[in-house]
Design a protein around this ligand. Structure first.
Ligand code: KG4
Length: 333
């Protein structure tokens, strides 16, 4: 009988210190996420230096809790998986050093994981394992991109942002409107106050885009939000129209990517996928365009978490793709 494999996933790439104990790469035994939102809130964005210091202060207690909650002896863990790219270098190093130490103490392999790819593996934790090929839509505070995944090792970026990431645009638009940080949830909430359904005041921004252009760009709409605010448009209308316009761009790019590649299966993840309006719109798009769409049902699995790191780490561990003495971190993929 095959014995179960337990892995520890460690995530510190940005402003969450998170760890999870995962069984066979697909079942969360325990997970702990410490969010630094309160620490970055006065600055309305993530301050790298504050992030690293906070990871350093919290990492031990996050580990203690995840082990205590699992009720397991850490000696039963078979691998330690850690995000080593892309992310804030100082923050990645804290998680990386912790993972390295843990693997040395327990004499188990260290597995280095790509953060973006890990997000696309989050649905595995809810029982869905996407078949290849599939398209990966990644919308977070640091990424707005579409990937084409032909196999476990073949992952090609086919669309990216030319300026801000979508989560970042939410955060900046919220800041212009003096809404609380992070901007995503506060813009979503404000937009719900608006119950009329007029045409978006930002629609002209999407006109005249070349038919085959799949690039994301959010700097124009950010300026338009500022202008609309200066003209004293109602904040709820601005938020509703901001969402409608940026989500329309997401839909258009996704449709183009599906047409270009002929791939109808899509896995979507990243913090912005916590947005209920986006989820509803993507569900509708999937129905009308006959796409197979998967995103983590639990919003906690869309944002940064140790579970997804352990899930992808498991796939690498069983393929014997482990870090030996070449452990390093990188801000890029
Ligand atoms: O993936 P994530 O947790 O981590 C980083 O990329 O750091 O994404 C965080 C981003 C933030 O920019 C936040 O404003 C955005 O996800 N976000 C949302 C929502 N919840 C979080 N954006 C839109 N709607 C939401 N409900």
């Amino acid at each position: 009988m095959k014995s179960d494999i337990y892995g520890l996933g460690i995530e510190t790439s940005c402003d969450e210190t998170s760890m999870a104990l995962v069984k066979n790469g697909c079942q969360i035994i325990s997970m702990n996420i410490y969010s630094q939102i309160k620490e970055h809130s006065p600055f309305r964005g993530v301050v790298p230096e504050i992030a690293s210091r906070s990871h350093l202060l919290k990492i031990q207690s996050v580990f203690n809790k995840v082990i205590a909650d699992s009720g397991m002896n850490p000696g039963r863990i078979s691998y330690a998986a850690v995000t080593n790219r892309p992310g804030l270098v100082g923050s990645l190093m804290i998680g990386g050093q912790f993972a390295k130490l843990f693997s040395l103490v327990y004499n188990i392999p260290l597995v280095c994981v790509d953060h973006v790819k890990a997000h696309l593996f989050a649905p595995v934790l809810e029982g869905y394992r996407p078949e290849y090929p599939f398209l990966g839509l990644m919308l977070s505070g640091g990424n707005s991109s579409i990937y084409k995944l032909d196999s476990f090792h073949e992952m090609e970026k086919i669309s990216d942002t030319s300026d801000d990431a979508l989560g970042e645009a939410f955060d900046k638009a919220a800041s212009i409107l003096s809404l609380s940080y992070p901007g995503g949830p506060s813009i979503e909430k404000k937009a719900q106050e608006c119950n009329d359904s007029g045409e978006s005041i930002f629609t002209p921004l999407l006109r005249d885009r070349p038919r085959d252009d799949m690039t994301f760009s959010f700097s124009g709409i950010k300026t338009a939000v500022l202008r609309a605010h200066q003209k004293k448009n109602h904040p709820a209308v601005i938020c509703r129209d901001f969402q409608n316009t940026v989500f329309e761009l997401v839909e258009r790019n996704l449709k183009k990517a599906a047409a270009l590649t002929g791939i109808r299966r899509i896995v979507a993840s990243g913090g912005v996928l916590a947005n209920q309006t986006l989820r509803q719109r993507l569900d509708l798009l999937a129905r009308t365009e006959s796409l197979e769409l998967i995103y983590p049902e639990k919003t906690i699995l869309c944002t940064d978490n140790g579970g997804m790191v352990a899930a992808l780490g498991y796939e690498q561990f069983i393929r014997n793709e482990i870090c030996l003495n070449d452990f390093s971190v990188s801000s890029r993929r």
